[in-house]
Design a protein around this ligand. Structure first.
Ligand code: 5GP
Length: 204
C-alpha cells in the first residue's frame, strides 16, 4: 500500500515572511514537497502570475467554490478571500507526496481540525518592530492596510499555541533549514512509521 504524504502547514502573522521563506524552499533543488497553489480574490501584484503565485478568482467564482465544498479551508483576510483547493491536497497526499501549504492562521486552524496529524509550523518574527518594518518596506500596502495588518498580527501571534513547531524568521536561509530539518525529523517520528517496522517483524 502506498504510504500517504505528510501535510505541512506553514503559517504565522502577516508580514512575517511566509511567502519569502516558501519561495526560497521551493527554489532549492532538493526540496521534495509539492506546493499547493492557493485561490484568492485579491488582485495580482506586479509580477504575479495566475496559476503560479495564486489562482486569481472573482468573488462570485470563489463563493461558488465554497458552495461546492472545493476548498479545504478558506478565510477572509484584509478584505479578500484566500483558500486551499481540496482536491489537489487529497490527491497529492494519496500519491504519497508531501504537500506544503503557506496560509494565514484562521485557515491553518481549519486545516488542523480536518488533518489533526498534519505538521503545523508557526513562523515567528524576531520582534513586532521588525514585523512592522517588513510590512512597510514591502511598499505595496496603503497606511490603512498596514494598520489593519499590524492589528491582525498581534491576534495571530497568540495562535502559536495551536502549532507543533515555532521557527523564528531571523534570516530566510536559516528559517528554511529549520523547516526542512523539522520535516525530515517528522518523517522519522515513531507514531508515523512504527506500523511499517511492525510489519517487518510480522513478515519474518
Ligand atoms: P498576500 O496577499 O500577502 O499574498 O497574502 C496574505 C495572507 O494570505 C498571507 O498571510 C498568506 O499566507 C495568506 N494565504 C495565502 N494563501 C492562503 C490560503 O489558501 N488560505 C489562507 N487561509 N490563507 C492564505
Amino acid at each position: 500500500m502506498q504510504e500517504k504524504g505528510l501535510l505541512i502547514v506553514l503559517s504565522g502573522p502577516s508580514g512575517v515572511g511566509k511567502g519569502t521563506v516558501r519561495k526560497e524552499i521551493f527554489s532549492q533543488p532538493d526540496t521534495a514537497f509539492e506546493y499547493s497553489i492557493s485561490m484568492t480574490t485579491r488582485k495580482p501584484r506586479a509580477g504575479e502570475v495566475d496559476g503560479v503565485d495564486y489562482f486569481f478568482k472573482t468573488k462570485e467564482e470563489f463563493e461558488e467554490l465554497i458552495r461546492q465544498e472545493k476548498l479545504l479551508e478558506y478565510a477572509e483576510f484584509v478584505g479578500n478571500y484566500y483558500g486551499t483547493p481540496v482536491d489537489y491536497v487529497r490527491e497529492t497526499l494519496a500519491a504519497g507526496k508531501d504537500v506544503f501549504l503557506e496560509i494565514e492562521v484562521k485557515g491553518a486552524k481549519q486545516v488542523r481540525e480536518k488533518f489533526p496529524d498534519g505538521l503545523f509550523i508557526f513562523l515567528m518574527p524576531p520582534s513586532l518592530t521588525e514585523l512592522k518594518n517588513r510590512i512597510v518596506t514591502r511598499g505595496t500596502e496603503t497606511e490603512d492596510i498596514i494598520h489593519n495588518r499590524m492589528l491582525s498580527a498581534r491576534e495571530e501571534i497568540e495562535m502559536m499555541k495551536l502549532y507543533d513547531y515555532i521557527v523564528v524568521n531571523d534570516q530566510v536561509e536559516h528559517a528554511c533549514e529549520r523547516i526542512k530539518a523539522i520535516v525530515m525529523a517528522e518523517h522519522c517520528r515513531r507514531e508515523r512509521v512504527e506500523h511499517i517496522y511492525k510489519k517487518l517483524l510480522e513478515d519474518e
